[in-house]
Write a protein that binds this ligand. Structure first.
Ligand code: FMN
Length: 234
């Protein structure tokens, strides 16, 4: 059997925040596994790792919301939902614009172009993950912009995939193009974000051309928030 991970990286996805509420608590996480599976009635799937708190909330409540993200969403926001669990941190805090669908399903409004709200009618056990299939209850636009794709996240934003994502590929298996690293690049040991001095970190005010060694000690990984000491030279 031959499986080229380069082929797996050519499969295209969007990136979304999926949300759910259970016993008065709301949580959400970043996913790439939203897919429309039927049109009559409109039906959508999301695939969640069983370890994720959002999985627990969807399984308990039988409902989920989805925010379709704007391409211009900052890295910090993606890191909050894609690399941190609601088990350790309060993700839905005062910085989050929490909306409700007409059915009362919670929706994260920040950087959302539109939302979907779904009611689960079928689940499929896929070992470490569960595929939740939901009937669409409502869907409305919220703002205008270009939807964020996985390709844009990886190739333009230089983002990585979290370990709990179904599409996670361990670093040893990443394709050759992603292993081509100059000596000056540094990788975050926690989330895999690569600091490239040629690009800098404009979202954090670090100009292109700034060597890693010159970053201030207060600088943190724009994806997962850990300090410089958690980076390794590539
Ligand atoms: C680019 C990207 C895509 C992801 N896609 C998924 C996904 O489709 N399903 C999933 O369960 N987790 C996915 N994750 C991982 C979750 O977002 C991550 O484990 C999150 O911390 C879970 O938070 P929670 O425990 O609060 O639910 C993805 C992460 C990233 C960075």
């Amino acid at each position: 059997m031959s499986i080229s991970v380069d082929v797996l990286f050519q499969v295209t996805y969007g990136l979304y925040i999926v949300t759910a509420e259970s016993e008065g608590k709301i949580n959400g996480c970043l996913i790439n596994t939203l897919c429309q599976v039927n049109s009559e009635p409109p039906t959508f799937q999301v695939i969640l790792n069983k370890l994720n708190l959002t999985h627990e909330y969807i399984a308990k409540s039988g409902r989920f919301g989805v925010s379709i993200l704007d391409q211009n969403v900052p890295f910090e926001f993606l890191g909050r939902f894609g690399f941190r669990s609601g088990r350790q941190t309060e993700k839905i805090d005062h910085t989050i614009t929490l909306l409700r669908s007409p059915e009362g399903v919670p929706i994260v409004g920040n950087y959302a172009l539109s939302y979907l709200s779904c009611e689960v009618f079928k689940t499929v056990d896929v070992d470490t993950h569960t595929l939740f299939i939901g009937k669409l209850l409502s869907a409305e636009p919220l703002s205008s912009g270009i939807p964020l794709t996985y390709t844009y996240y990886r190739e333009v934003k230089k983002g990585k995939t979290a370990r709990n994502a179904p599409t996670y590929v361990s670093l040893e298996k990443t394709p050759s193009t992603f292993q081509e690293a100059s000596m000056a690049k540094y990788m975050c040991n926690v989330c895999g974000y690569v600091y490239d001095p040629a690009l800098g970190d404009p979202d954090s005010g670090v100009a292109a051309g700034t060597p890693f060694e010159s970053l201030p000690d207060t600088w943190v990984c724009p994806v997962c928030g850990v300090g410089k000491d958690q980076f390794s030279k590539m």
